[in-house]
Write a protein that binds this ligand. Sequence first.
Ligand code: ATP
Length: 235
Amino acid sequence: MLEIKDLATAYGKIEALKGVGLSARSGEVTCLLGPNGAGKTTLMMTLAGILRPQRGSVRLDGEELVGRSPAEIVARGLALVPENRLVFPALTVRENLQAGAFRRSDRAGIRSDIERMLDRFPRLRERIGQLAGTLSGGEQQMLAVARALMSRPRLLLMDEPSVGLAPKVVAEIFGIVRQLHAEGTTIFLVEQNARMALQVAQHFYLMEQGRVSFSGTPGELAEDDVVQRAYLGQR
Ligand code: ATP
């Protein structure tokens, strides 16, 4: 479904991605692990069209995304839940959800999708008229996920959705990932919490210094000594 080949992105002279190749299969949860500064967020921003790569290719169901604008990429079925749950703080919960549907013009469909999001995230329903900036961290993360889903994506990218959240909220977020997976959503997840990721993902990649250094199943991940030490603690 998602095929990334030889992707290179730089900030001036800093080469954050040095030829990344990986793929995500339809209906699966694919998880990208890696230390701080490895280039994970840069990869997500490049996939979403926010950063322009110097070379390489990103294909979604065969269609090239490199060179397209973020809005065109959303229209082709890819939505990003950005790092640090970037919601629009000065907009209400409802307005944030509407913003997620900015490429759509089916007003009745948008209204019913907002209802579905409020059923899925009851806490957002209670806070529908509240400014997003006044929500708790966990609620903002729920809103960021719901906003991304409003574009009806075929592929959902999630950049470290659990970072900085209390364990109970982290469990809730992973519950949502599991639920979305069960409904058939394809998810590409950046996560530092390998233990939680092992419970939801079918394939793992490890990225270090702008390159993919490991690719394997959950079983292979748990068998890999380096990964084991770095992400799962000593056996
Ligand atoms: P983290 O887990 O800390 O978010 P990451 O794996 O997402 O890390 P990136 O944020 O993609 O890593 O950063 C990759 C490299 O690019 C790092 O060396 C970082 O310092 C550099 N970098 C990131 N953003 C910028 C920027 N706006 N300008 C210059 N360099 C940047």
